[in-house]
Design a protein around this ligand. Structure first.
Ligand SMILES: Nc1ncnc2c1ncn2[C@@H]1O[C@H](COP(=O)(O)OP(=O)(O)OP(=O)(O)O)[C@@H](O)[C@H]1O
Length: 246
């Protein structure tokens, strides 16, 4: 399996403090990966670097078959290249319906000139239905996003990200604030999405990570401390020492 994302020897200091320290790892084109680690381990900074929000001091980040360097691209170019990021707090348009939110996301995926005079076509309406179906919101299409539960808003935002057909989806703490039923549905959704693309989930909730049943990367002090199945990494004495045993 070839790597879709290759992070090699990246470091990033803030005021002399190494938030990321010679970090290397790769993500396959079709895989679900959980990234865990204690507070301050560098998980957010890693996502900031991959999405172009932060530039590392050293190292390289390559994406796609041609190994294109992401460090030469800005945030918008990286998003267009196929990397979507889901922040912890959902940012949907609360006054708009679910269908309108998805339609706007489809529209936003177009170049600025194509957006001028853009009207929803039959094809884009079908795409909205397909996106709603993919994230389990078919029955909510005409509801205002503000009326949705927290979990439904998270799924809507994932649907909006899917409008631009990302090859890599970075998802920050999806389980936070969700009911048990919503967590289970989110697990199913993330596993399904990872059947056709790469999905990287940053998560603190170990029960949720266990349900994802995927390879886990443990970060500590900006480097990879351990990698493998959840059972494998949770048996690692270093992981127990710095993360689980606290
Ligand atoms: N812009 C910044 N300026 C100064 N220090 C920063 C900045 N961004 C991150 N840091 C520091 O870098 C370290 C890594 O932070 P980061 O947010 O990446 O960790 P994290 O693993 O996401 O933590 P958490 O689980 O608490 O979200 C922390 O010590 C943090 O205080």
């Amino acid at each position: 399996m070839s790597a879709l994302l290759e992070v090699s020897g990246i470091s990033k200091s803030f005021d002399g403090f190494k938030a990321i320290n010679n970090l290397s790892f790769s993500i396959n084109a079709v895989e679900l990966r959980a990234v865990i680690g204690p507070n301050g381990a560098g998980k957010t900074t890693f996502m900031d670097i991959v999405t172009g929000k932060t530039t590392p001091d050293d190292g390289e980040v390559r994406f796609g078959e041609n190994g294109r360097s992401l460090l030469k691209m800005n945030e918008a170019q990286i998003a267009r290249a196929g990397i979507g990021r889901k922040f912890q707090r959902p940012t949907v348009f609360e006054d708009q319906t679910v269908a309108d939110n998805l339609t706007m996301a489809l529209k936003a995926d177009r170049n600025p000139f194509a957006v001028l005079g853009w009207r929803p076509s039959r094809k884009s309406q079908a795409r909205v239905l397909a996106l709603a179906d993919e994230v389990g919101l078919s029955a909510q299409l005409t509801r205002r996003a503000g009326e949705l539960s927290h979990g439904q808003k998270q799924w809507l935002e994932i649907g909006m990200l899917l409008a631009s057909a990302p090859r890599l989806l970075l998802v920050d703490e999806p389980a936070a604030g969700m009911t048990l039923a919503e967590r289970e549905q989110t697990t199913t959704l993330l596993c399904k999405l990872a059947e056709t693309r790469a999905v990287v989930v940053v998560e603190h909730d170990m029960d949720f990570v266990r349900r994802l049943n995927c390879k886990v990367t443990v970060l500590h002090q900006g480097s990879v401390l351990a990698e493998g199945s959840l059972d494998h990494v949770t048996r690692n004495p270093n992981v127990i020492d710095v993360y689980l045993g606290r």
